[in-house]
Design a binder for this molecule. Structure first.
Ligand SMILES: *Cc1c(COP(=O)(O)O)cnc(C)c1O
Length: 359
């Protein structure tokens, strides 16, 4: 205290001293609550719980399924590796089933054959932005009382028979990684659910499983999402459907103009809205086509060259997986550039380059 006479200091209001000079709004603040409400409304679910990534969303969803070591979780091998990480995180055994040759998503008949008394959960993937054939999958799961987790990381804005991706199973898992259909300014994710009880549990688990301050009665995680990401996502969310429309317009042009070529085009089912996170063609000489496009300045990518079951963390010497459709797609798939910002000239350049190589 400088300069203040002793008597005056004695009568002044007490100086408040907070524990920290830091706004707690940076994490789990108002922006988070707002984004969670908006995202749940967008998906048509009772709740949405924002988390740090798509991978943490999948982990928390599977954690809520109460897996015991040695339990089996059925999923597909044709996906980004993160789809299956939570199965290993929880000490369960991944059981890979094949995809159907049109949608490239979980084959319901293969699912039915793979169920055993140890099956505890099913993780379906809405690959490339198209929903899996959920009705038969949900029916099979219901018959065995097994929860279904939707990996909707690529399917923000996709619909299946009028229902949003992420609103059909017990949990919907989303990624807001910048390249996704709804991308943040960094990592992010969300779990959607129709169960208020599960939403409360997910909120505890994402923040150290604390029931109250400094008391946890089970293993928790730091899977929180920063407020700054929520604020960015709240600004972008109202624009997502328009961006999906723009993606679909590009896909429609590709469909029309590339029909003449000798490549296999994506099969968008008429029972829903394909969100076209990726536009994936198939070609028997894929690598040669990729080089030809590259020589003309057209980039392309492969989603995915190595199915999950063939990568070391998932190799199981006891088991040979028979996944012919998965293996064939991994060998022949090629993703062409597709995003809302593509100009007409760029779209034309892609079409011309493909037709020159495969017309
Ligand atoms: C991106 C992605 C994930 C993982 O999301 P992250 O936010 O990168 O953790 C999981 N599954 C699929 C299908 C994805 O495309």
């Amino acid at each position: 205290m400088t300069g203040m006479p002793k008597e005056a200091a004695a009568f002044a209001a007490p100086t408040r001293v907070p524990m920290l000079d830091l706004s707690s709004e940076f994490v789990l603040g108002k922006a988070l609550n707002l984004f969670e409400e908006e995202f749940a409304a967008f998906c048509g679910t009772a709740d949405a719980v924002a988390v740090s990534s798509g991978t943490s969303a999948l982990h928390l969803a599977l954690r809520c399924c109460e897996i015991q070591p040695g339990d089996e979780v059925i999923t597909v091998s044709m996906s980004f590796i993160a789809t299956a990480w939570p199965i290993l995180y929880e000490g369960a055994r991944p059981v890979f089933v094949d995809i159907d040759s049109k949608r490239y998503t979980m084959d319901p008949e293969a699912l039915a054959r793979a169920i055993t008394p140890r099956t505890r959960a099913i993780i379906v993937v809405h690959l490339y932005g198209q929903c899996a054939d959920m009705d038969p999958i949900l029916e099979i799961a219901k018959g065995h009382d097994i929860p279904v987790i939707e990996d909707a990381a690529q399917a923000v804005g996709a619909l299946y028979k009028g229902r949003r991706a992420g609103s059909m199973g017990s949990f919907g898992c989303f990624s807001f990684y910048p390249s996704k259909n709804l991308g943040g300014a960094g990592d992010g994710g969300a779990v959607t659910t129709q169960s208020p009880k599960m939403a409360a549990r997910l909120r505890r688990l994402r923040s150290h499983a604390q029931l109250e301050s400094y008391w946890s009665d089970e293993i928790g995680y730091n899977y929180r999402l920063d407020s700054i990401q929520c604020a960015v996502l709240s600004v972008k969310l109202p624009r997502v459907d328009r961006w999906v429309e723009q993606r679909r317009r590009v896909a429609e042009i590709y469909d029309r103009e590339l029909k003449a070529g000798s490549i296999a085009l994506p099969n968008a089912s008429s029972d829903g809205i394909h969100a076209y996170h990726l536009y994936v063609i198939k070609d028997a000489r894929r690598d040669q086509l990729r080089r030809a496009l590259s020589a003309r300045g057209v980039q392309s990518a492969i989603h995915y060259p190595n199915p999950i079951h063939r990568q070391p963390p998932y190799r199981d010497s006891q088991h040979h997986w028979n996944l012919p459709v998965t293996e064939e797609l991994a060998l022949h798939c090629l993703s062409l550039p597709l995003y809302p910002e593509l100009s007409d000239a760029q779209i034309e350049a892609v079409i011309q380059s493909v037709l020159d190589a495969r017309g």
